[in-house]
Ligand binder design. Sequence first.
Ligand SMILES: C[S@@+](CC[C@H](N)C(=O)[O-])C[C@H]1O[C@@H](n2cnc3c(N)ncnc32)[C@H](O)[C@@H]1O
Length: 265
Amino acid sequence: MPSTFVAKGAEAYEASMGRWSRWLAAPFLDFAGVPSGGRVLDAGCGTGSLTLALTGYPELEAIEALDFEENFVAALRSRTDDARIGAQQGDVCALPFESQTFDAAYSLLVLHFVSDAHKAAREMRRVLRPGAAAAAAVWSYEGMPSWRLFWDTILALEPEAAGNGVPSGRRPLTAEGELRELFETAGFKDIAETTLAITMDYANFEDFWLPKVYGQGTFAAFFDALPEPRRDRLRDALRAAYLAGEREDGPRGFESVAFAVRGTA
Ligand SMILES: C[S@@+](CC[C@H](N)C(=O)[O-])C[C@H]1O[C@@H](n2cnc3c(N)ncnc32)[C@H](O)[C@@H]1O
């Protein structure tokens, strides 16, 4: 299985993560750099947050987008009629492209879900023309306060949720320096690493918790199977954590950090 990502459908993904990856796409491309023409790759495009950001560069001639999840690829196709985009289902560990045919390769919030990230990084390098750049980003494990608040509250009350959709530890590549090491091992040159920050703004408690319960992952099945009093207890604890002492429900913003790396082939 080349992916450890559990998809629940394009709409659920949009509500739980796609809305944030859309915001991350711009600072990511600022750091990664976009070539002044040619053909670029979005490896692990999901529902298209980065692909659609790339359509904002009129000088690009072709934008290839690839994801393991066919329904995400379909969602991307439905979101744009930009003729430069070629969207297809596929595996970033075995890219269906000729060697040395891209002018840039990007991977946003993907490599920590790929079973063999080294293979994926080598593939990104293989398809690049010599001197062309690749860039990747993943959320920092420590840098996702709204998600930590959510998962830690659940684990405190329902420890058996670990292994039922609640991450019980950090994923590979989500600590500082790990993406750099990945790119070094894959043979990239001129490597640079940085952190990118966005604010995850929630309108209210419902906007905070429902997409997380019913978004990506398998937690929803566990949650739905809980007896009602335990579901209510969990919802009340999550609400109290979200409100952080405020009486009125309302907006909260959480500064969130991703690690990013770039290198040249
Ligand atoms: C968190 S999402 C990020 C999607 C998109 N880049 C974004 O920023 O919204 C992770 C994506 O990686 C994809 N993925 C995981 N492993 C993959 C693989 N081996 N090949 C292709 N896509 C993969 C998943 O299907 C999922 O769409």
